[in-house]
Design a protein around this ligand. Structure first.
Ligand code: PEP
Ligand code: MN
Length: 329
């Protein structure tokens, strides 16, 4: 053996020793962090604490990655998130047409007949092109409120702009912030002061940390639930790439009730039910889906809307799953 070989071996040994020391330190840190969280009885990601740290020394601002990799993050399972926009027990299914259109009342009857409590429909539609159907605004929202009241349904509906938010908040049970507005901080601040619970979609290019940052604008002011609706992917087969692990991670780190929207998250009606079952099995809190009595007549997103039969089958299967499968939360 040459002298160089010997030196290399010695150095390798020193590195191995350091590696196992680091391993021991990380494990010890994890266990202290876990004890601390148990002691505080708070969700693993505590925005107040993060702000405290950031205020102390900006350089200490901890990126999400570190929280993910320590016991403060994803290794802890969060059994019950903080109160959100929807009931804290069970899996909430919210269904309805993409937009308030001519067939609104029929669509709502389908939702009510299926035994659901929550309906969705948009009065203001964020469309890629200005020549596409934009929604009929406040009069449409009033129509939605009236029809829902007649059927005893609760309303989730999107508000696009600060200008309409105060009037819209009076008419809905839960205000939806859409993907395009996920980081519209002026709107988020305003909604924090309007008193209505908010369903905050994830922006199509938001990291989980940015999504939680947006939620922090509302947290402590109004109840917040998160909704994963797919991020920008690379495969043109899908409208978006539904990120179920991202939703589970956001729930665990942020402590927020978290739902999925597999309609916008995939853009494919045939994938909606399987993704709802997947979210249910993953311990998420619910799903927001699009349905329509005549999908081809819908002025927006007809391709991803479930037909009445598909919707009824989904509701029946979910009810069966509820009876049969204990969900790990
Ligand atoms: C919607 O739910 O109607 C909608 C427009 O969704 P997103 O903001 O996720 O695109
Ligand atoms: Mn839609």
């Amino acid at each position: 053996m040459t002298d160089t070989d010997l030196d290399t071996r010695k150095l390798r040994k020193v590195l191995d020793g350091l590696d196992s020391e680091i391993g021991r330190l990380v494990a010890r840190r994890d266990s202290i962090a876990a004890d601390l969280i148990r002691h505080k009885g708070k969700p693993p990601y505590d925005p107040a604490r993060e702000h405290e740290i950031a205020g102390h020394d900006a350089a200490l601002w901890l990126p999400l990655l570190r929280r993910v990799r320590t016991a403060e993050g994803a290794r802890l399972t969060l059994s019950s998130p903080k109160p959100g926009a929807f009931p804290s027990q069970g899996f909430t299914l919210i269904a309805g047409p993409c937009s308030v259109d001519d067939r609104l009342e029929e669509n709502l009857e389908v939702v009510a007949r299926a035994g659901l409590t929550w309906v969705r429909a948009g009065a203001w539609k964020p469309r890629t092109f200005p020549w596409s159907f934009q929604g009929e605004g406040l009069p449409a929202l009033r129509r939605l409120r009236d029809a829902a009241d007649r059927l005893g349904l609760k309303v989730v509906s999107e508000v696009l702009s600060e200008v309409d938010a105060p009037a819209a908040a009076e008419l809905v049970d839960v205000v939806q912030v859409g993907a395009r507005n996920a980081q519209n901080f002026a709107l988020l601040k305003q909604l924090g002061s309007l008193g209505k619970p908010v369903l905050l979609k994830r922006g199509p290019a938001c990291t989980v940390e940015e999504w939680l940052g947006a939620a922090a604008y509302l947290d402590g002011h109004v109840p917040v639930s998160l909704c994963e609706r797919g991020v920008r992917g690379f495969d043109p087969c899908f409208r978006n790439l539904l990120d179920i692990p991202g939703a589970v991670l956001a729930r665990q780190l942020g402590g927020f009730q978290t739902l999925i929207d597999p309609s916008h998250g995939t853009g494919i009606a045939g994938l909606v039910a399987p993704m709802v079952y997947a979210a249910r099995a993953a311990g998420l809190d619910g799903a927001l889906i699009e349905i329509h009595v005549a999908p081809r007549e819908s002025p927006s997103d007809g391709d991803q809307a479930l037909s009445v039969d598909e919707f009824v089958e989904l509701v029946r299967t979910l009810a069966g799953v509820d009876e049969m499968v204990p969900v790990a939360r």
